[in-house]
Design a protein around this ligand. Structure first.
Ligand SMILES: Nc1ncnc2c1ncn2[C@@H]1O[C@H](COP(=O)(O)OP(=O)(O)OP(=O)(O)O)[C@@H](O)[C@H]1O
Length: 591
């Protein structure tokens, strides 16, 4: 069975035999990355070992299975090898008529990803029947060996946090019914922690022996993920003696994080996968793909507060969050209710935003280039940030004088300062800063549809004071997949690297000396949600769904600081809906 032949594409054949596939005899060739099945063949009658014929050329009878998308190989019940006696029992599932005269099985199934509509993944099984037990054993072992390809970095041990409190409170069920079976099938051991309180996940991450696991998984919403992210980054910095001072350079953790959506918004998952579907996310973790995500460091003036990843908003979304906090009993509906309430209030807040524009080559939020799987912009940015890691530019001089106006619309003044910083003074209904596109059920293309996952930039969206009707137009466009939500005179959007906001009336610090401090930790971890420094003329910040009640903040984005399990959004046109009753119908993971 072992062979020295190669396929047409030059891949070395590791194993080749005649097997039974879809009730037909087939030449099957295994390489390090593929299983090539050539059907419509007759075995040579004189060949008692049923060794395969020469390498197949691709044609209509050739099926290529990409092993990168296979996550398990499992024995099946024994089946007659003779194709005339190979029959299915009733129904879709290929339960086979067993012939159990010889001990051990002669059949195995491959568990492979299948793409269904709208970025949704499921899995299918492909059954192969061998002539005898020995052949089956050799095939299964050899395939398992290839699935352990170290380049694919598939996790074997995971620490899983399940938040039973977030979203519709279904995280536990989602994990047990939909995720755990897939992890077990893929041979992944998972230690499960059900979170008991706020910051439980963060505290565990801080103390856990991370060397014993290949990744962290959060079954929850953006808030739970944010806790893991912050715990992990704080710990990584602390262990590397990096002080989280103003504009510090955080170190990238070596461990990856995966998210199974079970929250209210699930913006991180939607932006990474294109859909909030627990099975799809579980399958992406199982396959071990990696994705670098930008992370934004957030400072209160010069004091480091935390890292954020989705959206930080002042004005409308800040007020909305504040109002919805006491309505958690309503579940995700609370956001719709508070959203309507704050829309009718139609408040605007006065202040000054300063930002450092991304360079031209970093693209623009309205260039309509969507961040898809294999995104070239993110790849280039990742390379660039690796090279430039030690060549950080000088800190901004926020107080330096204005050097001139750029494209200043009548309603405001945009000043460019000597060091490339821009400044806009005005009254704003909303100031939104999106590190990633922030897709969710209500806004399927996201708050900033062309934002990238790992280009080292944030999209700054400024909505100037406007009428209710005008604001409604803008909001409706966000929920409309095809319309441009930035195409209004009162909306400006910029791609930026750094950003700061100063309200017109700086409130006095009410939280000096308050807040929780974590001992033995490089950084100070405060309970920011308790921090209050607002007054009536100011709004509050909604940072990744957490309320920060003082307005003067500074943000700096770090290119691909965290590595996630996932592959990014696949372009719809490349997705294929596979419907194969012979081998795919039986073991759908969504059953
Ligand atoms: N057992 C628990 N009891 C109370 N709060 C908890 C518990 N476990 C975790 N939490 C907290 O629940 C908060 C909300 O969780 P999460 O973000 O996952 O859900 P969500 O807010 O509904 O979803 P999203 O953030 O996507 O809108 C987190 O900040 C987390 O600290």
């Amino acid at each position: 069975m072992a062979t020295s032949m190669t396929l047409d594409d030059g891949e070395k054949v590791l194993l080749s035999t005649v097997l039974q596939f879809q009730n037909k005899l087939a030449n099957v060739f295994l390489t390090a990355t593929q299983l090539v099945v050539e059907t419509s063949i007759k075995p040579r009658s004189h060949d008692s070992t049923l060794d395969a014929r020469p390498a197949p050329s691709s044609g209509p009878t050739t099926t290529v299975i990409d092993l990168k998308e296979v996550f398990a190989v499992r024995p099946e019940r024994r089946v007659s090898f003779k194709s005339s006696r190979f029959r299915f029992s009733s129904g879709k599932k290929p339960h086979l008529l067993a012939e159990e005269q010889i001990e051990g099985t002669n059949a195995f199934s491959l568990y492979q990803i299948k793409r269904v509509s709208k970025h949704r993944w499921r899995h299918k099984t492909c059954l192969f029947v061998c002539r005898d037990y020995g052949t089956c054993h050799i095939w299964m072992n050899k395939i398992e060996e290839q699935l352990k390809n170290p380049e694919w970095q598939r996790p074997k041990r995971l620490l899983v946090f399940v938040n039973p409190y977030g979203g519709k409170k279904k995280a536990r069920k989602i994990f047990n019914d939909k995720v755990r079976p897939l992890f077990e099938l893929a041979g992944i051991y998972s230690e499960v922690i059900i979170t008991k309180r706020q910051y439980h996940a963060r505290d565990v991450v801080y103390d856990y022996d991370l060397k014993t696991i290949d990744g962290l998984v959060c079954v929850g919403g953006d808030g739970t993920f944010s806790e893991l992210l912050n715990g992990l980054l704080d710990r990584t910095n602390s262990e590397a003696n990096i002080e989280q001072t103003f504009r510090h350079k955080p170190l990238s953790p070596s461990i990856r994080i995966g998210i199974i959506p079970a929250g209210s918004t699930d913006a991180v998952v939607c932006s990474m996968v294109g859909i909030n579907d627990p099975i799809t996310s579980a399958l992406q973790i199982v396959l071990g793909d990696s994705l670098g995500l930008d992370v934004t460091a957030l400072y209160k003036k010069e004091e480091f507060l935390k890292y954020t990843l989705t959206m930080s908003s002042y004005g409308y979304y800040g007020d909305l969050l504040k109002d919805s906090e006491s309505l958690r009993w309503m579940g995700p509906q609370r956001y719709t209710y508070s959203g309507a309430k704050k829309f009718f209030a139609n408040r605007a807040y006065e202040g000054e935003v300063s930002f450092l524009l991304a360079s031209e080559e970093d693209s623009h939020p309205r260039d309509q280039s969507i961040c898809y799987y294999g995104c070239e912009k993110c790849r280039q940015a990742g390379l660039k940030s690796q090279q430039a890691i030690s060549l950080r530019d000088v800190p901004p001089e926020l107080d330096s004088g204005a050097a001139g106006d750029t494209n200043s619309p009548s309603s405001r003044v945009v000043n460019t300062m000597r060091d490339g910083w821009h400044r806009v003074k005005g009254r704003f209904c909303a100031i939104n800063l999106a590190t990633i596109s922030c897709r969710c059920d209500l806004a399927m293309t996201g708050m900033s549809p062309a934002a990238h996952l790992g280009d080292g930039c944030m999209d700054l969206i400024l909505v100037q004071e406007c009428s209710r009707l005008q604001y409604l137009h803008h909001l409706l466009r966000i929920t409309d997949n095809k319309a441009d939500q930035f195409d209004f005179e009162y909306v400006q959007v910029y791609r930026v690297k750094e950003f700061s906001f100063q309200p017109l009336n700086e409130p006095e610090d009410a939280d000096e000396g308050e807040g929780e401090e974590r001992e033995g930790c490089g950084s100070r971890w405060r309970k920011h949600s308790r921090m209050k420094s607002s007054n009536d003329s100011n709004s509050v910040w909604n940072c990744d769904g957490e309320l920060l009640e003082f307005p003067t903040l500074y943000f700096q984005v770090h290119c691909q600081l965290i590595r996630m399990f996932g592959r990014g959004i696949e372009e719809q046109s490349k997705e294929v809906t596979i419907s194969c009753p012979m081998c795919c119908g039986g073991y759908d993971s969504d059953k």
